[in-house]
Design a protein around this ligand. Structure first.
Ligand code: NAP
Length: 274
């Protein structure tokens, strides 16, 4: 079991919401869920497939939650049923966490131009970007008193990260979608933001060729000379999802120990390695 610690309190007391994207106890969505639960939130979870249900149920029960809803985000009928079940259970919600992305292994290596197929591109965009738009539409219809939506992105949206390829293009789309959704949903008092997390050791990271090196580089390039912590990412999610984040919308907040600010690598003597 993961060994993170999260501050306890009442910031999310009386708040209900949906978390999409817990695959195991290393998932970013799981860290965020633990932090939200430690602050009193009531959370429903979506999962994809029976195997995942078996893996995730003990996790959510360990934080006192029970509601698990099946939802493959590529399937409209499943999404209809999932949100109908959520409405039955909670009536209204206050927050949504979208932590879902996918691209084929063959796309996450080598040349972006050579390896991106029409089908691979479509699938990456569908699962990693459209699912956010779709979930935001459905969740916002259940937020009569306003709310807050958070999605997860990565620096590959802004800069070229070798092997991240089509996922970088998808994340650029996701960040733009965050801004457009923030504009539309602002009128309903709903804030929409993205967290750009530094490299973290999760299942999704394992699918990227050279993922281990991404972790090392992330640490070396960071100002704090450390890995991105789950506590930091979950803390930022809590801030954005709770009243602490009021007036913040349409933002991409970097939680990466300062890595994204660095222009070029440093030599061991502290000079520029270029
Ligand atoms: P993760 O634990 O593997 O989570 C990814 C989730 O996406 C899994 O729960 C996965 O479920 C789900 N998913 C994929 N296809 C789906 C579909 N068709 N329907 C429903 N769910 C689907 O990895 P993670 O790193 O925590 O990723 C969460 C988010 O953080 C992603 O958006 C990722 O791009 C982003 N992020 C990660 C990092 C990092 O370094 N790890 C950094 C920045 C941003 P299945 O396992 O069933 O496919």
């Amino acid at each position: 079991m993961s060994d993170w610690t999260f501050p306890k309190g009442d910031l999310m007391k009386g708040k209900r919401g949906l978390v999409m994207g817990v695959a195991n106890d290393r998932s970013i969505a799981w860290g965020i869920s633990q932090q939200l639960a430690a602050q009193g939130a009531d959370i429903a979870f979506t999962y994809q497939g029976e195997a995942l249900e078996r893996r995730v149920r003990p996790l959510i029960e360990s934080i006192g939650m029970t509601t698990m809803i099946s939802a493959d985000v590529t399937n409209d009928a499943e999404m209809d049923t999932a949100f109908a079940q959520l409405k039955d259970k909670f009536g209204a919600i206050d927050f949504l966490v979208h932590a879902i992305a996918f691209a084929g292994k063959e796309e996450l290596q080598g040349s972006f131009v050579a390896n991106t197929t029409r089908e691979g591109f479509r699938r990456a965009m569908d699962i990693s970007v459209y699912s956010f738009v779709d979930a935001a539409k459905r969740a916002s219809a259940m937020m009569p008193d306003g709310g807050s939506i958070v999605t997860l992105t990565y620096l590959g949206a802004e800069r070229v990260i070798p092997a991240y390829n089509v996922m970088g293009v998808a994340k650029a789309g996701l960040e733009a979608a965050t801004r457009y959704a923030a504009r539309d949903l602002g009128k309903q008092g709903i804030r929409v933001n993205a967290i750009s997390a530094g490299p973290m050791r999760t299942l999704a990271m394992a699918g990227i060729r050279g993922g281990k090196q991404l972790m090392t580089t992330g640490r070396e390039w960071s100002f704090l000379k450390e890995d991105t912590s789950m506590e930091g990412v979950a803390g930022c999610a809590l801030y954005l999802l709770s009243p602490l984040g009021q007036s913040i919308t349409g933002e991409v907040v970097h939680v990466d120990a300062g890595m994204h600010v660095m222009g070029i690598p440093e030599t061991p003597e502290g000079g520029s390695a270029a």
